[in-house]
Design a protein around this ligand. Structure first.
Ligand SMILES: O=C(O)C[C@H]1C=CC(=O)O1
Length: 95
């Protein structure tokens, strides 16, 4: 199942810089692990924003929830989640 997830990050300005750096580093490692495992298919920076647009390919709603809930930056994020379906005009799936 494919999902587009827009993540907007808003880390409080007064967060301890060490906590901030450590949380961002854990987020990066967690993201890399999921990308290598094939569930986090794309991650794009949204120009001019501390936001990304990501594509996930996961087995279920529950699995996506688990992945997102465990993001180290989850407490500082707002997300918009859009389930994706094949488009009938996609030449990759045309028969
Ligand atoms: O920077 C971001 O967009 C937030 C987050 C998502 C993955 C990652 O490494 O950082």
């Amino acid at each position: 199942m494919l999902y587009a997830v827009k993540m907007d990050v808003a880390i409080p300005r007064d967060l301890d810089p060490e906590v901030r750096a450590e949380t961002v580093a854990r987020e990066k490692a967690y993201s890399h692990e999921l990308q290598r495992g094939g569930e986090w298919v794309h991650i794009w920076r949204m120009v001019g924003q501390y936001s990304n647009l990501s594509i996930f390919d996961v087995a279920s709603n529950e699995r996506l929830h688990e992945i997102l809930w465990n993001l180290p930056l989850f407490p500082y994020m707002t997300m918009e989640i859009t389930p994706l379906a094949q488009h009938p005009s996609d030449i990759a799936v045309e028969s």
